[in-house]
Design a protein. Structure first.
Length: 378
């Protein structure tokens, strides 16, 4: 099979258009002459299937007829709208073009002289497809609490940077809107309706996302709720809700993703905590307690996995312009301790901090990022 990185293709096309006198009237075949051996039982190190397995994809070798039958069954499945089912077009190609497996052994050849001369002039070489390149192109991000605010901003920023994004939240309609926006800008995203407080549901939905996009390389653990309340008012239902979502919800998602990351030796846990995990705030006693828990847990986790290839980052924002601030019913607590709405961060500020953390080289770990409105330091 032939594999060529899309950014290399873009770079070459741009270079050719900038030197039109050299390229006019010529044909350039952007085809990798170093094809990868995909024979079923090939055991060479560069085998595509082995590279996919290393990245966590459970690839299974089956006879052609078995694979064809599975494609046909999937194409006719009523679970996916036929027009949206990618297996429909694949089945059409198999029935009209391929007909029998010998088709796949017929390799085309292309003259590379023009391309070779251009690469020499531009001092570039054709990229070799190896484990590092596969890891880069197969990166999959899962954002919890992505229906609005910080989660949505993070998902959009990372999707535009090339990550495949699984958008996760309870409000499917909001997720679909964000998915459409990402796809309209050329990104890749899926929507997954999930309640982070139900551990069994989290495990099933994370598995589904993995089957569609591949193993999760980056987990944005963002789901959270915040209620301003004075302790004397004993709003037990709101206290319990904050503990359920902020603590148990994050643990459920961590449990569904972390073992696979450790096994693969690659991954990044990014938890959106709060500056309330560094300083307790009046009116936010229980909320601050949940964030102190997250900070302590992630510090211990970071020590446990530091030698495994997994990074752990806590993003600690102050007040941010999101819907989380309108969920409080204790008006007295809000009036006494509520935020100054003129001194708040934008969700994009937090997204840029996440981008910084997850784009550092392998040897560099960004453990914590504290960001606050300039006028409101803790």
């Amino acid at each position: 099979i032939e594999l060529t990185p899309v950014d290399f293709v873009c770079k070459m096309i741009v270079g050719l258009t900038q030197d039109i006198m050299h390229s006019i009237g010529k044909t350039f075949h952007l085809i990798n002459t170093s094809s990868m051996d995909c024979r079923p039982y090939c055991v060479v190190h560069s085998d595509l299937w082995q590279l996919l397995r290393v990245q966590g994809f459970p690839v299974k070798i089956v006879p052609y007829q078995t694979w064809y039958s599975n494609v046909k069954t999937g194409a006719h499945s009523g679970e996916i709208n036929r027009a949206d089912n990618p297996l429909t077009s694949l089945l059409y190609m198999l029935d009209t073009l391929v007909r029998d497996p010998s088709y796949f052994s017929c390799l085309g050849t292309f003259r590379h002289l023009n391309l070779d001369n251009t690469m020499t002039m531009q001092a570039v070489t054709y990229p070799e497809v190896d484990a590092d390149l596969m890891r880069l192109y197969l990166k999959h991000l899962s954002t919890l609490g992505a229906s609005s605010g910080i989660g949505a901003a993070v998902a959009e920023h990372l999707a535009m940077a090339g990550a495949k994004v699984a958008l996760v939240a309870r409000r499917l309609d909001r997720l679909k809107e964000l998915q459409a926006s990402i796809e309209a800008q050329g990104g890749v995203a899926i929507s997954v309706k999930m309640d982070v407080c139900v551990a069994e549901e989290v495990a099933v939905k994370i598995k589904q996302a993995t089957s569609l996009l591949g193993p999760i390389n980056i987990l944005i653990n963002n789901a959270g709720v915040m209620h301003y309340t004075q302790m004397k008012h004993a709003k037990l239902d709101q206290w319990h809700r904050m503990v359920d979502v902020n603590v148990n919800g994050q643990l459920n998602c961590l449990a569904a993703v972390l073992p696979g990351m450790v096994e693969r030796g690659d991954g990044h846990i990014v938890s959106i905590t709060s500056d309330a995990g560094r300083k307790a705030f009046a009116g936010l006693a229980v909320y601050s307690g949940t964030k102190y828990f997250l900070e302590g847990m992630h510090r211990a986790l970071r020590q446990e996995v530091c030698g495994s290839g997994v990074k752990v980052t806590c993003i600690q924002p102050g007040d941010v312009k999101t819907e989380i601030l309108i969920s409080s019913s204790d008006q007295e607590a809000l009036s006494l301790y509520g935020p100054n709405k003129d001194q708040m961060l934008d969700p994009a500020d937090v997204a840029q901090a996440v981008m910084y953390a997850v784009t550092q080289p392998a040897q560099c770990a960004v453990n914590e990022i504290l960001l606050e409105p300039k006028q409101s330091p803790i």
